[in-house]
Every structure is written in structure tokens, then in C-alpha cells.
Design a protein around this ligand. Structure first.
Ligand code: ZN
Length: 218
């Protein structure tokens, strides 16, 4: 089996995403850039995450051609490919319909810097305008909205997190769901206070490697 290491990583972190409660059934997907930087390993369409094995993972070229795999690639393949093409720091992409991210995505509320964990994700978590799932339009809107941040909400849909590794991307997805829950509940109770941009920069330096990605490589 080619790219066995990458396939096993996608299957392992797919199961982990399920165990963390970030996805239910087959909603959501994740991918990883192969070690040679030529292709991506992506979760298959319509296979429950708690059942995914390395052999189910599909290998696709960065241009979108099938390289290897018996199954059909995730329906959000265009979105994954567009993100890798847009930023060289992106080595993995995680997409979920996690509960609080989806609630904010339906309200059209971006997550401002209300908790210091925001530094793991950028300055804020913006909301990409709505487009039908699986379309190039959704891919385009996601890329133009995420900017240099590590996460973005997709209006009326869910969220996307990117990372310098698959472990890092999943950590960002977990942090964003935590921030979304805090922000939603804080807004229900009042007006949460925001951190200054200088403080976020200080936090990013303090977190160091945990932040990974484009900004901390400067
Ligand atoms: Zn989705």
C-alpha cells in the first residue's frame, strides 16, 4: 500500500475526531499532505469515522487526480485542495460540523478574541459566506475568508481548521469548538470583553510551536 504512513495517520486522527465528539457519523472530513508534498491523503466519502481504516483512505494529486484508493474521496475534496494550493504552511485540513461552531455559523457570528486560546487560531475566527457543500464556490470563499488564520466558520454549515501537521489541525479544531461554546454562552449572558491585538501577538510567541503555521514562522 503506497503512502501507508499518511493513510494510517488520517484513519487514526479520523477516529480521534469522532472520539472527541467533533463529528457524528460521516459528517466532516480530514486530509494530510503526503511527506513528499506531491499528493494528499483524504478520508473517503460515506464511511463512518469509527470504522475508517488505512485502506479506506484515498490518495489524490494536488491537481485533483485519483492516485490510489478503492473508495471515493470526501465530497469536500475541492475545499481541501484549494487550501493546500493557497498556503504552503498548510500540511493538514480538518472539516467538522461540531455543535457550537455550527451554531455560530448559522448565526453568522465570527469568534472575536474573547479568550486567550484564540492565539492558537489567529486573531479571530471569521465566517465564510454561504455556498453549497462540495462546490468550488465554497472552496473559493473559504480560502478568501480564512486569510492567514488557522480556522474559519462556514456560514450555515460548520468549520474548517488547518495546521502544520494533522495533530496540530485537530488541536485547532478542538480549540475552536471550545471557543465557539464559550463565545455563544458568554453572548447569551452579556457582552464578553475582547483582548488587544498586542496581547494576542504576545500569546502567540508564548505558545511557540503549538501555534505552528504561517504567522509564527515569520
Ligand atoms: Zn461539511
Amino acid at each position: 500500500m503506497i503512502y501507508q504512513f499518511e493513510r494510517e495517520a488520517v484513519a487514526f486522527y479520523g477516529r480521534k475526531m469522532f472520539e472527541l465528539g467533533l463529528i457524528k457519523g460521516t459528517g466532516g472530513n480530514l486530509s494530510l499532505l503526503t511527506g513528499d508534498g506531491q499528493n494528499i491523503a483524504i478520508t473517503p466519502s460515506a464511511v463512518p469515522y469509527n470504522e475508517i481504516e488505512a485502506g479506506d483512505v484515498v490518495i489524490i494529486s494536488k491537481k485533483g487526480a485519483l492516485i490510489d484508493g478503492a473508495r471515493k474521496a470526501s465530497t469536500e475534496l475541492s475545499l481541501h485542495l484549494a487550501l493546500y494550493e493557497s498556503r504552503p504552511d498548510i500540511k493538514a485540513v480538518v472539516h467538522t460540523h461540531s455543535l457550537y461552531c455550527s451554531i455560530l455559523a448559522c448565526l453568522g457570528w465570527e469568534i472575536p478574541p474573547i479568550h486567550y486560546y484564540i492565539a492558537f487560531c489567529g486573531d479571530k475566527v471569521p465566517v465564510a459566506p454561504y455556498a453549497t457543500f462540495g462546490t468550488k464556490e465554497l472552496a473559493r470563499k473559504t480560502v478568501s475568508t480564512i486569510g492567514t488564520n488557522k480556522a474559519v466558520l462556514l456560514a450555515n454549515h460548520g468549520m474548517v481548521a488547518v495546521g502544520s501537521s494533522i495533530k496540530n489541525a485537530l488541536m485547532v479544531a478542538e480549540v475552536v469548538e471550545f471557543l465557539a461554546e464559550i463565545y455563544y454562552k458568554a453572548r447569551c449572558a452579556g457582552n464578553p470583553m475582547q483582548l488587544e491585538l498586542e496581547e494576542i501577538e504576545r500569546l502567540r510567541k508564548a505558545f511557540g510551536d503549538y501555534c505552528g503555521g504561517q504567522r509564527s514562522e515569520k
